[in-house]
Design a protein around this ligand. Structure first.
Ligand code: SF4
Length: 367
């Protein structure tokens, strides 16, 4: 049998404590999980479960649902029972919903520390209830919920203020012997966010939930999150991630998974290596790459497919990949594992690539 080499990563993972959020482990050596949040009214149980199913299919590991009203709290037992992935209730203002979510069987609750401060005396009860039910918590600090005492005379939220607020909130739960929580110190500025997580990572062994808040529409949000998460993950910091986009949540999950795959923190699946095209291109590389990506998005195996516009870099990249095409003179040379298997007319390139990709994928599935 061949021994598989471990994928190369940029840094060892930071050492963090481990706990379970339903059947997903957080921290330690557990895979870095991808989270998202539903956009349906939580009290619309069917719509929420439908969206959760779509998120799970897209590769979401943990899903968060908002719980702003009693009718949402009332929906939690059914959602927690039927969801295929662990459900975390997002509670901002009403402590009573924290208890409702714990009793509803939610795998976790996200609490807003700025509002916990108002019910310090209830921290003990929350810790006890969460311990009794095996419920995990996330202490989610962000600019809007920072403890005002940490702001002192600051005009703006600083990484230090975010971290001090989070560490203080964490200590409240730890005093009551509750340890199954992750912390987030999100900010919409990736520079502040990165600095905050670096500082927090040095202060304790809590699993860290990475996020850039209000990152923006898909294009800007994807870049902000990728840059910020990339820096931290490359330093071994981060145990679970949520990309926040002003876009359907399935997009958040796709981006999150792609970030992890790019850093070898999650097994790579389909990897399209396509050239940017240039004046030498002899085919429409953009359309070709898009059609191949679309046609192969169902694949669950680590297939590397090269789509190259001409014969300058084409054959080299195509040879490195499991499958590839190097185009020129209205034709495409199709490579499989480094060998040219055929040359086809340009009009047939997509069809032949898809056929070959599915054939190779079937042999990988069977292996
Ligand atoms: Fe340009 Fe050819 Fe390189 Fe594509 S492979 S970028 S077309 S030189």
């Amino acid at each position: 049998p061949t021994v598989k080499e471990a994928p190369r990563v940029l840094a060892p993972r930071r050492v963090s404590r481990t706990f379970a959020v339903g059947d997903i482990f957080m921290g330690g050596d557990a895979p870095i999980s991808v989270q998202s949040m539903t956009t349906t009214p939580t009290h619309d149980i069917n719509a929420t479960l439908q969206q959760i199913a779509e998120l799970a299919t897209a590769g979401c590991d943990i899903v968060r649902v908002a719980c702003p009203r009693q009718e949402d709290a009332d929906a939690l037992p059914a959602i927690a029972a039927k969801s295929p992935i662990p459900v975390v209730a997002d509670i901002h203002f009403q402590p009573k919903y924290v208890f409702a979510a714990i009793e509803a069987g939610c795998a976790g609750v996200r609490v807003n520390p700025g509002n916990i401060r108002r019910f310090d005396d209830q921290v003990r009860d929350i810790a006890r209830a969460a311990n009794d039910h095996g419920t995990a918590l996330r202490i989610g600090v962000n600019a809007g919920s920072i403890d005002q005492r940490m702001m002192k005379d600051l005009q703006r939220v600083t990484p230090e203020a975010l971290v001090e607020s989070a560490v203080w909130e964490a200590s409240l739960f730890e005093e009551h012997d509750f340890h199954n929580f992750a912390i987030s110190v999100k900010h919409n500025d990736p520079v502040i966010m990165v600095e905050a997580y670096r500082q927090l990572a040095a202060r304790g062994d809590w699993p860290l939930h990475l996020g850039v808040t209000e990152a923006g529409p898909a294009f800007q949000g994807t870049i902000k999150s990728s840059v910020a998460f990339g820096i931290l993950l490359a330093e071994g910091i981060g145990d679970t991630i949520r990309v926040s986009l002003s876009a359907p949540p399935v997009e958040e999950v796709k981006v999150g998974n792609q970030i992890l795959q790019s850093l070898n923190l999650k097994p790579r699946k389909l990897d399209i290596v396509s050239c940017p095209s240039c004046g030498r291109a002899q085919v429409d590389v953009y359309t070709l790459a898009e059609k191949v990506t679309e046609g192969l998005k169902h694949l669950e195996v680590p297939l590397r497919v090269a789509v190259m516009g001409c014969v300058v870099n084409g054959p080299g990249e195509a040879r490195e990949a499991d499958l590839g095409v190097a185009s020129g003179n209205g034709k495409g040379q199709i490579f499989v594992k480094g060998e040219v298997i055929k040359t086809v007319p340009e009009a047939d390139i997509v069809e032949v690539l898809l056929e070959e990709a599915n054939r190779i994928a079937a042999t990988m599935d069977a292996a």
